[in-house]
Structure formats: structure tokens, C-alpha cells
Design a protein around this ligand. Structure first.
Ligand code: SF4
Length: 444
């Protein structure tokens, strides 16, 4: 009889590799119209991540799958920040994220009672919760950046894991080799990732290696204990079109690919973060390169924004890039709001940004042939063909918006809208097929 004890299965990837289908895999399979075995196989080899901290599962979170063959997920960023710490406004944003179909909320709080906000969020929301511990570190440890030690940073990561955070953006890939490439080759916008810039500053002043890179195995132990999915941050994502697909971005991506393999070997789920800003014709190649270098790990992107000059309308520039990136392989879109590059978004910005990103994700899902992605579009076509307005509202991403606009502008001709009135093309052709009179109001 063997005296060896079996390794403890904790993470979704542990169970998947042991051939076991977890309740979370079943839930993802059901929602995505996939066989549970399809999900298990891809969780086992890292192509799908199910970010679900064991603490958050106990609080009743819904399980979401991110990755190959699944619908594109959408994230909303919010959180209390130093310049505008208004927790009530942030809770309004949480409600919008939940009511209007976000899959994840990233709590980017960096000032004030961040732990209280985070714990309450995890208690209350069934959506995936992500954080960036580096943002929280300075306030949490009450120390200036350069005084933070490796132990301080890891203490913050552990606190977030214990609180039940499902995925953490950690900028592990910006090591001394990548910063050397950055300094040698130069960039127009340098480093625009907040966490990446803090780590770069810390490394330059202390002369030390990035602790998240140097002690990556220790980080993996914490993540494994709670099944935190590591979202490998892209410190060197391009902050303008000029910097996209440059040596620095690619150098970091190569490092992220190596870290993916180490995380999977330790039974930790991984996602990889991506651009940024990028010309439309470069996006598809970037997605393919990332998938190749990072061994098909789920890809989580911010847009990318396809022009740098859409100031005030960057939810649109990002949605265009988001649709291209997701249809070319990205699995998870972080929303961008009209306030991008300008100020902390308000609740209306959050709604506008979320809807733009959801439309991009949905358009991509149709192109990716995600099972049943087009069903509602086809129902909408049928409803429009019949001029059945109530059915149209039921198909719309946001029923209330369309209904309100329609009712504010009553049509004189029944069944039509004020866009064409009696010259409604749908009505005219319906009448042709019905064999009834086409009355355009000029007959008398
Ligand atoms: S009136 Fe014009 S826009 Fe309105 S439903 Fe008919 S065809 Fe469409």
C-alpha cells in the first residue's frame, strides 16, 4: 500500500488536470453552450481561465470562463482614488456594471479605506473581482514607493488573496532585461501602465530586480492557496500608436510567455494583458503573436485605441480596436470610457464605456462563431421585419434606451418610426407581399 499522500487539489487547473469537473466548470459550460469536458480540457492546459477565488466562491460568486471558444468577457474599472474619493459614486458604478452586463469589476482603489471597499465589493458582487495590488501598496503600507520592500508588496498581495480577489494584475514581466531594452531602444510615450511605471521607478531607484519577477515562485504559492488567477500585467503596453509592436512591448511579451509556463506548472491560472494603443492594421498580428508567445493563454486587452486623437470619445476608439482584437483572438476586454486620458469617469461615463465595450465584444463573438452568439441578432431581424416594436426592445442590449427614444418621437403612421414615416421601407415591402394598398399619403 502506498504511503504517499495525494497533492491537495485547490485550483481549477488542479482539478482539471486530475480529470475532475468542478461546479464552476459546469456553470461555465452551461452558460457558454459547451460540453463540460470541453471546458475541463482547456482549463487543464491553460487556454481557459476561470478566475474564482475560493473565498469568493463561498460568498456565492458566478463562475465566468475566459478563453478559447468562449464569449468575450468585459471588465469595468472603478475604485476610490486619491483625488476624488467618493465611495457612494463608486457604488453607483458597481450597480451599473451589474445591471448592464459586465462580467468583471476591477477595483483600482488606491487611497482611503481600500480594504473596506474591496471586502464589501467581494461580499456583494457575483461578478469576477480583479485588483492591482501595486496601486494599493503605498496607501496600505503607508510608506513612500522606494521604501517599500519585497515583503511589503507580498503582504499586500496576500491581503487581496485572503479577501477573495479572483484575479490580480501583477507586473511580473518588467525585469531588468526588459528595462534595458526600453532604455536602449527608447519610446515616444515611455511607460504608461500605472503599476509598470511604479515598479520601473522602484527598480531604478533601488537598483533591485522586480520583486514580482525575482520571487515569482513565492507569488505563485500565494495565488495557488486561494486560486487567484494571475493577470500578467503589460507594463510596456504602447501608450500611443508610435510605440505599438515595438521592441520593448515584444521583449516583455516574451518574458510573460515564460512566466505563463511557470504559473501553469505550479497549478496557477493565468491571463496575459495587452495593448494599449495600436493602429487598426496591426491588431490582428499582435493578437496572434501574443497567443503564440504566451502559449494560448487567455488575452486581456485594453481596447486597443485605434487612434490617439479621439479625446473625449475614447470609448469609441477603444471599441473599434476591441472588436478587431476580440475577433482576432483576445478573450477579455477592459472597458474604456469617454473620460479616458482626461479624468476619473463618472457614472454616465461608466455606462457609455461599458455599452461601447459590450457592443465590441458581441460583434467579435458573432465573428468568432461563439455558440448562439447571433441568436438575438436574428430575432431582432425578425422583429424588425414585422415592425414588432415590443419584440425589438426584448432583443436590444439595453431595452430601455431604444424604447425611450422611440416613444419620445411618436410616428404619425402606425407601426413605423419618424425616420421615414409613411415611406417606411419595411412597411412598403410588407404591403407588397400582403397584396394591400401602399398608401404614401399622396394618393388623394
Ligand atoms: S420608418 Fe424607416 S427607420 Fe423606421 S422602421 Fe421603417 S424603415 Fe426602419
Amino acid at each position: 500500500m502506498s504511503t504517499q499522500t495525494e497533492p491537495k487539489l485547490v485550483t481549477q487547473i488542479d482539478f482539471a488536470r486530475a480529470g475532475q469537473i468542478t461546479p464552476q466548470m459546469k456553470e461555465v459550460a452551461e452558460r457558454e453552450h459547451r460540453d463540460p469536458e470541453y471546458i475541463r480540457e482547456r482549463v487543464a492546459d491553460g487556454r481557459i481561465a476561470i478566475p474564482a477565488n475560493i473565498v469568493h466562491i463561498k460568498k456565492g460568486m458566478r463562475a465566468f470562463g475566459v478563453g478559447e471558444g468562449l464569449s468575450t468577457k468585459v471588465n469595468v474599472n472603478l475604485g476610490i482614488s486619491g483625488d476624488k474619493a467618493d465611495a457612494a459614486e463608486e457604488w453607483k458604478k458597481v450597480k451599473i456594471a451589474e445591471d448592464f452586463g459586465a462580467d468583471a469589476i476591477m477595483d483600482l482603489s488606491n487611497s482611503g479605506k481600500t480594504r473596506q471597499f474591496r471586502q464589501q465589493l467581494i461580499d456583494e458582487t457575483p461578478l469576477m473581482v480583479g485588483t492591482v495590488p501595486m496601486y494599493d501598496a503605498i496607501g496600505y503600507m503607508e510608506k513612500p514607493l522606494v521604501k517599500l520592500t519585497k515583503d511589503d508588496l507580498f503582504e499586500v498581495v496576500r491581503a487581496h488573496a485572503e479577501d477573495g480577489v479572483d484575479f490580480m494584475t501583477i507586473h511580473c514581466g518588467i525585469n531588468k532585461s526588459v528595462t534595458k531594452t526600453f532604455k536602449e531602444t527608447g519610446r515616444l510615450m515611455n511607460i504608461v501602465s500605472r503599476g509598470g511605471s511604479l515598479l520601473f521607478g522602484w527598480m531604478e531607484v533601488t537598483g533591485n530586480e522586480n520583486p514580482f519577477y525575482e520571487y515569482f515562485d513565492e507569488l505563485l504559492e500565494i495565488c495557488h492557496e486561494y486560486d487567484v488567477t494571475i493577470s500578467l500585467g503589460d507594463s510596456c503596453r504602447p501608450g500611443c500608436l508610435y510605440d505599438s509592436n515595438d521592441a520593448t512591448e515584444t521583449a516583455e511579451m516574451i518574458e510573460l510567455g515564460k512566466l505563463c509556463k511557470r504559473a501553469w506548472a505550479a497549478g496557477v491560472q493565468v491571463m496575459v494583458e495587452g495593448p494599449g494603443h495600436m493602429a487598426l492594421d496591426e491588431i490582428a498580428a499582435n493578437m496572434k503573436l501574443q497567443k503564440r508567445l504566451c502559449h494560448n493563454a487567455p488575452f486581456y486587452v485594453l481596447g486597443p485605441l485605434v487612434t490617439d486623437i479621439g479625446v473625449g470619445y475614447d470609448h469609441i476608439t477603444a471599441a473599434i480596436g476591441g472588436a478587431i482584437s476580440a475577433s482576432s483572438g483576445a478573450d477579455f476586454l477592459c472597458y474604456v470610457t469617454p473620460a479616458e486620458h482626461l479624468c476619473l469617469p463618472n457614472a454616465q461615463d461608466v455606462l457609455d464605456g461599458l455599452m461601447a465595450t459590450k457592443i465590441a465584444a458581441h460583434a467579435a463573438d458573432i465573428a468568432k462563431k461563439v455558440p448562439h452568439a447571433r441568436d438575438m441578432d436574428d430575432k431582432m431581424g425578425q422583429a424588425r421585419r414585422k415592425l414588432d416594436w415590443d419584440a425589438m426592445w426584448k432583443c436590444a442590449l439595453v431595452p430601455v434606451t431604444g424604447k425611450k427614444r422611440y416613444e419620445e418621437s411618436p410616428a404619425a403612421t402606425e407601426g413605423t418610426c419618424t425616420m421615414c414615416g409613411k415611406m417606411c421601407a419595411v412597411r412598403t415591402v410588407n404591403k407588397v407581399f400582403e397584396g394591400t394598398t401602399i398608401d404614401l399619403g399622396m394618393e388623394d
